[in-house]
Design a protein around this ligand. Structure first.
Ligand code: AVI
Length: 320
């Protein structure tokens, strides 16, 4: 049996992270980047969100893959094939693993912020696929998709499910797609994209009655306290989520329920009642607009599959 290989490309620099966070807190419109949601508890809360009846994206995407996986595999074959899969934000690697046999994957590269997240999942996968080459890479690909030579030559399929592209603004999305195009080396991109839909459906998905998304959002403050030494008190902050129609995005914020001063070593900021910290955007696309964005990034032969309600789409785009 082969064994998985691991590479940690860049380690997070705690001073740089702290500087970025404090900068965001002191800005006129305070913000915290959504990547800080995912400490150990945040990752579990996100996983709980995906189980909520109101949070449709994951199960809708899974149904699209289950129904159209064979057609997708055939379409990748028509583009010349790609036996190396690069899974961006792989997590527990399960979404990709379900597709291995269908797509004839021979080498699987799982990329996530830290190799520690990937170790257990890849060891488990190797037992199920003893002859497959497995590589885990710890890397923050949100800034740059710089894949090391160990990922191999030849066309790759870049796999980016889950509609995480929605957490980038349109300019960042284009930058991401331009890099994905290069990284595919003549192969293809398979990407999940959440679509525009009725506002009540969208808002319920990001403000569920059980309060799991609120906990996910507020947990950010506990994480920031640990990273910066700040003293955010949870009781002073409430979860706010709404759809911004003109920008086609869900916005999540944390709103001060009373006037409060947050202190950290070397600084502080006073927040008046009702002041908000912007924590996330989740853009919702129209099929034609996202297809245009893929074309602008250089992709061709774009196809997409969707569910009956047209709530979510999986796009396949060639880079050959
Ligand atoms: C990870 N990302 C695609 C999720 C989304 O729907 O934008 C994050 C999330 N935020 C609140 N609920 C889920």
């Amino acid at each position: 049996m082969k064994t998985p290989a691991f590479l940690q490309i860049v380690h997070a620099d705690p001073t740089a992270l702290r500087g970025e966070l404090i900068g965001g807190l002191c800005a006129e419109t305070a913000s915290i980047a959504p990547k800080y949601f995912y400490d150990a508890l945040g990752a579990r809360l996100f996983s709980a969100i995906t189980e909520l009846p109101e949070y449709y994206p994951m199960r809708t995407e899974a149904a699209i893959f289950a129904r159209h996986g064979e057609a997708m595999a055939a379409a990748v074959g028509d583009m010349g094939g790609a036996s190396t899969w690069v899974d961006l934000g792989a997590g527990n690697c399960e979404k990709a693993a379900r597709m291995f046999d269908l797509f004839g994957v021979q080498r699987y590269v799982a990329v996530d912020i830290s190799v520690d997240y990937l170790a257990h999942a890849l060891e488990h996968l190797q037992r199920r696929h003893p002859t497959m080459d497995l590589l885990g890479i710890g890397m923050d690909f949100s800034r740059q998709i710089a894949l090391p030579a160990e990922c191999g030559d030849g066309p790759r399929l870049i796999f980016y499910p889950g509609s995480s592209i929605g957490n980038f603004d349109p300019a960042e999305s284009l930058r991401f797609l331009l890099q994905a195009y290069q990284a595919a080396q003549g192969g293809a991109l398979l990407i999940g994209v959440d679509l525009v839909k009725p506002v009540d459906v969208l808002e319920a998905a990001y403000d569920d009655p059980l309060g799991v998304t609120a906990a996910f959002n507020r947990n950010l403050l506990l994480h920031v306290n640990r990273l910066t030494g700040s003293d955010f008190r949870l009781a002073e902050w409430r979860h706010v989520a709404y759809y911004n129609g003109p920008s086609s995005r869900i916005e999540m914020h944390l709103e001060a329920v009373r006037q409060t001063t947050v202190r950290w070593p070397g600084g502080e900021r006073r927040f008046e009642t009702g002041t908000r910290i912007h924590t996330e955007n989740s853009y919702k696309w129209r099929v034609a607009d996202f297809a245009r964005l893929l074309a602008r990034a250089g992709f061709s032969g774009v196809r997409h599959w969707t569910d009956e309600r047209e709530w979510f789409a999986v796009f396949l785009a060639g880079s050959g």
